[in-house]
Design a protein around this ligand. Structure first.
Ligand code: DGY
Length: 323
C-alpha cells in the first residue's frame, strides 16, 4: 500500500523529520518558509495530511477547494486557534494537536517571565549591555518580591496547573484559579488553589496574573481596559497563551498611566509584527513566542504528531483529536 503523503509546513527537529520520512511519503520544508495561502490551497488537493503550525492561518482562503485530498491536519502545537474548525468541518477534515508534552516547558517560561518582570531583569540586562551600569547602589533597579505573593491563573488546564506547581511549591505563592469549567477538588488541592468563579472578582486580589487560556474569538480581549482597571497598580500581567487574549492598546494605556505595575509577554496580537509602542515601554518584558522552545518539548511535539497520524491512518481515533 502506498505511504500517506504528508506535508510539513515548517522545519522540525531533525530526529522527528527523519522518523516522518521513514514512515510516510513526507515533504519536508527544508527552507523553513511559511506557506502562502495559495500554496496551502494547492497542498490540500495533493496531500493526505498537512502538519501545520501556529504560523499557518487556516481559514476560508486556505481551504478553498471542492474536494480536498487532505483528511487530517495534525497541528504541531497545543493551541489551534489559527485553524478555523467550522471551515475544516465542512470538508470533514480531522484536526489534532499536541497537548501535555509542552506543558512543563511553557510553564517554565511563564515563570521566567514572571521573575524577569518582577525583578526588572530585562531592564538590568539592557543597561549592562549598553555600558550604562555605574555600580551597586541601594536604590538601583529595585523590583518586587515574588515569594509568598498571590498569583491569579487564568485557564487552569495543563499549563496553568504546571504554572501553579512552580509558583506554589517553588515560591510559596498563594494560587487563585479562574477557569470556565469547575476544576476537580483534588487538582486544586495539589497547590492549595482556590477557584474563583468570576474573573472580575479575582483580579483585584492578585499580585501577578498569568494567562493560560486558549486564544481564538471566544477569548479575544478577555483582558480588556475594564479588566486591567480591576488589577492593582503594583500588579503584573504575564501572557504565554495567545496575543489576542490581551487588548494591547488597553495594556499600553494601563502602562502609560501606571495603573498596573508591568507586564511580560511571549505572544502578540498579529505576531510576528509587534506594536512598536510596546517596544518603548520599560515596564514590559517581551520574548518572541518561546513558550515550548526547548529541544525536549519540540521533539516530543513532533513525535506526538506522528502518533496521531499513525492512529489516523490505521483507522483508529487519534488520541489528540480536537474536532
Ligand atoms: C503551542 O503549542 O500552542 C505553541 O504556542 C506553538 O503553537
Amino acid at each position: 500500500m502506498a505511504k500517506p503523503r504528508v506535508l510539513v509546513t515548517r522545519r522540525w527537529p531533525a530526529a522527528v523529520e527523519a522518523r516522518l520520512s521513514e514512515i510516510f511519503d513526507a515533504q519536508l520544508n527544508l527552507g523553513d518558509k511559511p506557506l502562502l495561502p495559495e500554496e496551502f490551497r494547492t497542498a490540500i488537493r495533493e496531500y493526505d495530511a498537512i502538519l501545520p503550525t501556529v504560523t499557518d492561518k487556516i481559514g476560508a482562503p486556505a481551504l478553498e477547494c471542492d474536494k480536498p485530498q487532505t483528511r487530517i491536519l495534525a497541528n504541531y502545537g497545543v493551541g489551534y486557534s489559527h485553524i478555523d474548525l467550522n471551515r475544516v468541518a465542512e470538508h470533514g477534515i480531522v484536526v489534532t494537536n499536541t497537548p501535555d508534552v509542552l506543558s512543563e516547558c511553557t510553564a517554565d517560561l511563564a515563570m521566567t517571565l514572571l521573575l524577569m518582570v518582577a525583578r526588572r531583569a530585562g531592564e538590568g540586562e539592557r543597561e549592562l549591555r549598553a555600558g550604562q551600569w555605574t555600580g551597586w547602589r541601594p536604590t538601583h533597579l529595585v523590583g518586587t518580591k515574588v515569594s509568598g505573593k498571590t498569583l491569579g491563573i487564568v485557564g487552569y488546564g495543563r499549563i496553568g496547573q504546571q504554572m501553579a506547581r512552580r509558583a506554589h511549591h517553588g515560591f510559596g505563592m498563594k494560587i487563585l484559579a479562574y477557569n470556565r469549567s469547575p476544576v476537580a477538588p483534588d487538582v486544586l488541592a495539589q497547590c492549595q488553589a482556590t477557584q474563583v468563579p468570576d474573573l472580575d472578582d479575582m483580579l483585584p486580589d492578585c499580585d501577578f496574573v498569568s494567562l493560560h487560556c486558549p486564544g481564538g474569538a471566544g477569548n479575544r480581549h478577555l483582558i480588556n481596559a475594564a479588566r486591567l482597571a480591576r488589577m492593582r497598580s503594583d500588579a503584573f500581567l504575564i501572557n504565554t497563551a495567545r496575543g489576542e487574549v490581551i487588548d494591547e492598546a488597553a495594556l499600553l494605556h494601563a502602562l502609560w498611566f501606571d495603573t498596573i505595575g508591568g507586564a511580560a509577554l511571549d505572544v502578540f496580537d498579529g505576531e510576528p509584527a509587534v506594536n512598536p509602542q510596546l517596544l518603548e515601554s520599560d515596564r514590559l518584558v517581551m520574548l518572541p513566542h518561546l513558550g515550548s522552545a526547548t529541544r525536549e518539548a519540540r521533539e516530543a511535539m513532533g513525535f506526538r504528531v506522528i502518533d496521531n497520524l499513525q492512529d489516523f491512518f490505521a483507522g483508529r481515533e487519534p488520541r489528540d483529536r480536537v474536532n
